[in-house]
Design a binder for this molecule. Structure first.
Ligand code: FAD
Length: 327
């Protein structure tokens, strides 16, 4: 049956396809409602919707995003099926403006799949950021970690299976499965809140593992609502907010010129740390300003369609990983 609903060919191409993330995780776009045109239609509801050129749609969507007119983008919704290690799920679930339905370890057997970081990801504790990682640990540290992870996970799996065999309730049998165990959920969210999620989780300050999910989901948004995605990239992920002090610093260095230009102010040379301090910037804020002035490197959000997997292949893999205690 043909649908009267608007569909987007680039989104239809990936609908229901599964994209791998980390070693056993995935993201699939299960459904979507609306696209850039619906953002525009919602914004123009008070005027009525006429025939608009694409360039006008783009201009309006960029204006809305620049000026934080957010409700029109709440009219677009996306629904995902995702699998992630529990420590990633714990960060993800903090985003409250979404509807979630998680796999039940009380009701179902847990697939015994555990996240094992690649050597490049086993970073040492960052010296500058208490919440982050720095250079990769030496190879022998990674090997030692793998030995320990394998041992702990084998023990946790054996304990889980033993408890199930003894007919202990699944809700208790699972309690010593580690945070590296994969869980999965359906996650539905509107475009405004999804872009907020991506701003926080595609950012280099987020944990690398959740950034990997944000990268794939960003690629899906790019297909569903390309103009909104582009505006988000330009004004949010690739942009940076400025405080009064930061703006004051830049205003000392550059200013408007002629009818439509900007130029370096006469006599403006440089601003030292003490100069910036007189504008009220703390040493941390000065560091953050310096970071904002570095050219930003944005993730590559394009999806590799050759890697897209069928739902059946993914569910078979999950099913094979549940304990075979009832076979
Ligand atoms: C790099 C990073 C580090 C973090 N570190 C920590 C940490 O150490 N400890 C920790 O506990 N959390 C941490 N968080 C989680 C963070 O504090 C937020 O809880 C999380 O990012 C969700 O953001 P949010 O509330 O804006 O999103 P959502 O929950 O999706 O909400 C979106 C927006 O809706 C509004 N909103 C939603 N619910 C309410 C409400 N109940 N009341 C008022 N307004 C609401 C807010 O405007 C909010 O911004 C970290 C997050 C990041 C990205």
């Amino acid at each position: 049956m043909e649908t009267k609903r608007p569909t987007i060919p680039a989104a239809e191409e990936i609908l229901g396809g599964y994209f791998s993330v980390l070693d056993h995780g995935f993201v699939s776009l299960l459904d979507y409602m609306g696209s850039d045109e619906d953002v525009e239609r919602a914004a123009r509801v008070s005027y009525g919707y006429g025939t608009r050129k694409r360039s006008q749609t783009r201009g309006l969507i960029r204006y809305l995003r620049r000026h934080r007119h957010t409700t029109p983008s709440e009219m677009v919704e996306l629904k995902f099926h995702c699998a992630m290690p529990m420590f990633v799920a714990r960060q993800w679930i903090r985003h409250r403006q979404a509807s979630v339905n998680e796999y039940s370890g009380r009701y179902s057997l847990m697939p015994l799949l555990f996240y094992k970081p690649e050597p490049a990801q086993l970073g040492l504790q960052s010296g500058s950021n208490r919440q982050g990682r720095g250079a990769a640990a030496p190879r022998e540290v990674w090997q030692g970690a793998v030995e320990r992870w394998d041992k702990i996970r084998a023990e946790a799996s054996a304990g889980y299976e033993w408890l199930l065999q003894e007919d202990v309730a699944r809700e208790l049998a699972r309690i010593d499965l580690p945070l590296s165990t994969y869980t999965q959920w359906y996650w539905k969210i509107d475009l405004h809140n999804l872009l907020h999620f991506l701003s926080l989780r595609a950012d280099p300050h987020a944990q690398w593992e959740i950034q990997e999910y944000a990268r794939v989901m960003g690629g899906m948004v790019k297909r569903v609502a390309p103009l909104s995605f582009e505006a988000w990239l330009d004004y949010q992920l690739g942009g940076a907010p400025m405080s009064r002090g930061e703006l004051g610093a830049l205003q000392r260095l550059i200013g408007p010129r002629g009818e439509d230009g900007v130029s370096v102010r006469e006599g403006a040379g440089e601003l030292t740390g003490p100069d910036l301090a007189t504008l009220g910037l703390s040493s941390r804020e000065i560091q953050e300003l310096r970071e904002k002035l570095e050219p930003s490197v944005l993730p590559d959000f394009d999806l590799d369609l050759s890697q897209m997997r069928a739902a059946e292949a993914v569910s078979t893999e999950m099913e094979r990983a549940v304990p075979g205690v009832f076979e």
